[in-house]
Write a protein that binds this ligand. Structure first.
Ligand SMILES: Nc1ccn([C@@H]2O[C@H](COP(=O)(O)O)[C@@H](O)[C@H]2O)c(=O)n1
Ligand SMILES: [Zn+2]
Ligand SMILES: [Zn+2]
Length: 576
């Protein structure tokens, strides 16, 4: 494979791929999960949220300015998931107390919520009042299929059901809608209605009447659902429905939730962009020829690495900082200090990877959990025959653990969730079959593995055509995205990161009995409770005549150290 011209090394770093502006231009973020303080130690993502604000400012001035000919507009979008993943959000109580202010300093034109804004009632209430109905975003926040339940028990839309607006310079008439995927683990202050049902509700039908095709130039659907999802196909179902009603209108989607870079062409007049995760990516999209009926519109997509070099390059500026951007960067640094996120517990001896190393490799993080960390779990409850299995979902681990300082923030980054340990007593003949049962599940049904791992499996299946594997000595390892427009979407060429299979769950076992009827403790992350019951009952039916189902009454709190604490104990031990 020969090195393309764009991969030159005569620069201070490799050449970047340009963006192509259009009459409508979009910058998109999603699944930021509190990553507003940049990725220290990862030069590809060295920009913080203040730098992003400066970038937008320069970009608007230098590339979308008032006098540009042809005229242009810029629309800034975010598609949710702002908690769980970084101490800036997760080290405060309530979660997101300070980071929400930081996130909200971006002047988004359209924003919405993800499932992480709905895991608890407290989060739903906070999101609703701090953002959805705030002075700044009340006319910009859209959530077409989520209802908020007020203190006095009334169901109200979680923001706007839809927004209609006309762009300032190019005068495009836009109808904006936003849907979240069919999220079932919601709380008692919010209701999610599946997309397929929501579109048949009276409000939707009235909206269709108010905005027939003749009154719209573009339908914009931005939401917390994956661009590619061959199992649930929620975007596809929505698109089929909208296309029947608007046969020639351009319909542009922005997705999220599965944490990957992705771009899908739904038909000649419709595409969907998804812009990664964790403030590693700013998605750029432009469209030209929107109002033309005789020609198909031209779509252009680019995945911009979240770093200062890329920001300066695309915004055509030599210095990035603006006053407001700098203020936000300072605020982030202050918050980091107040929360003591750089407090160091020990040192990570070498980098442990989630998917970039095979599961049985000594540098694989799941291997570390199986072979060491899970075994450290202690509990005071009486043990069934002194034998147990300890299981966790791989999705609970959210990031590679890098060689170097292990800080308070590293804990939130690697293991953000507050899951505790549950236990159920099971005979060996059931307990030993659960791992296989859960790992054989069709991947998207229960979403136990990390979202990006699930999605990588899907995109590999969905797009059998290959992109060249890049191994160029002076490039950083990172995204080499393959999407419906090909292999050149990333603004920065990276060495291809080989991704290995990650199972849905991992476990350690101390079982020694040969007698398969011996009862042992089956210990698992609380997030897995429904899946464990389903697996035990399904296996039990096959294994035991006149089997009685296990129910939640058989599940107990196991106690013991949290996963965060187990990891910290390991680090302290290896740092001695
Ligand atoms: N208590 C929890 C909550 C979630 N997870 C994992 O996160 C995944 C969802 O994350 P998104 O950012 O894609 O919404 C979920 O599928 C689990 O893997 C968890 O482990 N514990
Ligand atoms: Zn997410
Ligand atoms: Zn999500």
């Amino acid at each position: 494979f020969s090195i393309p011209a764009v991969f030159n090394s005569d620069n201070e770093s490799p050449g970047l791929r340009e963006i192509e502006l259009g009459e409508l231009n979009f910058l998109h973020t999603t699944d930021t999960h509190g990553w507003y303080g940049s990725h220290p130690g990862q030069p590809s993502y060295d920009a913080d949220w203040g730098d992003f604000i400066s970038f937008i400012d320069h970009f608007r001035r230098n590339r979308i300015n008032e006098d540009s000919k042809p005229k242009r507009d810029l629309i800034l979008i975010d598609t949710g998931d702002k908690h769980d993943g970084n101490g800036l959000a997760d080290a405060t109580y309530p979660n997101g107390l300070e980071s929400t202010n930081i996130f909200n300093s971006v002047n988004y034109d359209l924003l919405t919520l993800g499932n992480h804004e709905l895991y608890t009632a407290e989060r739903a209430v906070f999101e609703y009042y701090s953002t959805a109905t705030s002075d700044k975003f009340a006319d910009k926040y859209v959530s077409s299929n989520v209802e908020f339940i007020t203190e006095d028990g009334k169901n109200v839309p979680f923001g706007n059901k839809y927004i209609h607006f006309t762009t300032k310079h190019t005068k495009h008439r836009i109808l904006a809608l936003s849907f979240i995927f069919n999220f079932k683990k919601t709380n008692d202050r919010a209701i999610v209605t599946p997309v397929r049902e929501e579109v048949h509700k009276p409000w939707f039908q009235e909206m269709l009447k108010e905005f027939p095709p003749s009154k719209l130039d573009l339908i914009l659907v931005f939401g917390h659902l994956p661009a590619t999802d061959p199992n649930e196909r929620e975007i596809n179902a929505l698109h089929e429905y909208l296309r029947l009603l608007y046969p020639a209108t351009v319909i542009q989607y922005f997705g999220g939730h599965s944490h990957i870079r992705d771009f899908v062409q739904l038909d000649e007049r419709s595409t969907c962009l998804q812009s990664g995760r964790f403030a590693e990516t700013v998605g750029f999209l432009s469209i030209n020829g929107i109002k033309s009926i005789s020609h198909t519109p031209k779509f252009f997509r680019r995945y911009i690495d979240f770093n200062k070099k890329s920001f300066k390059f695309h915004a055509l500026t030599k210095t990035l900082y603006t006053k407001i951007g700098k203020q936000v960067s300072n605020k982030i640094q202050q918050l980091k200090n107040i929360l003591d996120l750089d407090y160091q517990f020990g040192t990570v001896p070498r980098t442990f990877y989630m998917a970039a190393r095979p599961l049985d490799d000594a540098d694989n993080i799941y291997n570390l959990f199986k072979s060491d960390i899970l075994k450290r779990l202690n509990s005071t409850i009486p043990k069934a025959n002194n034998q147990r299995i300890v299981m966790m979902n791989t999705g609970a681990i959210r990031y590679d653990m890098y060689k170097g300082p292990f800080t308070k923030n590293t804990e939130f980054i690697v293991l953000p969730f507050e899951n505790n340990w549950n236990v159920i007593e099971l005979p060996i003949k059931i307990a030993t079959k659960i791992e296989r049962y859960l790992n054989d599940l069709p991947y998207v049904v229960n979403s136990l593995a990390p979202p990006e791992a699930i999605q990588n499996r899907i995109t590999v299946l969905d797009r059998p055509n290959k992109c060249p594997i890049i191994h160029v000595p002076w490039l950083n390892e990172g995204h080499s995205t393959r999407d419906d427009f090909g292999c050149d979407g990333d603004d920065t060429p990276h060495n291809t990161e080989t991704l290995h299979h990650i199972p849905n769950v991992i476990q350690t076992s101390s079982i020694v009995s040969k007698d398969k009827d011996t009862v042992i403790d089956f210990v698992f992350f609380s997030f897995l409770t429904d899946d464990i019951l389903e697996a035990a009952n399904s296996i039990g039916k096959d294994e035991i005549p006149l089997f009685h189902n296990y129910t939640i009454s058989h599940v107990h709190d196991y106690g013991g150290q949290s996963a965060k604490m187990l990891l910290r104990e390991y680090i302290i031990d290896v740092s001695k």
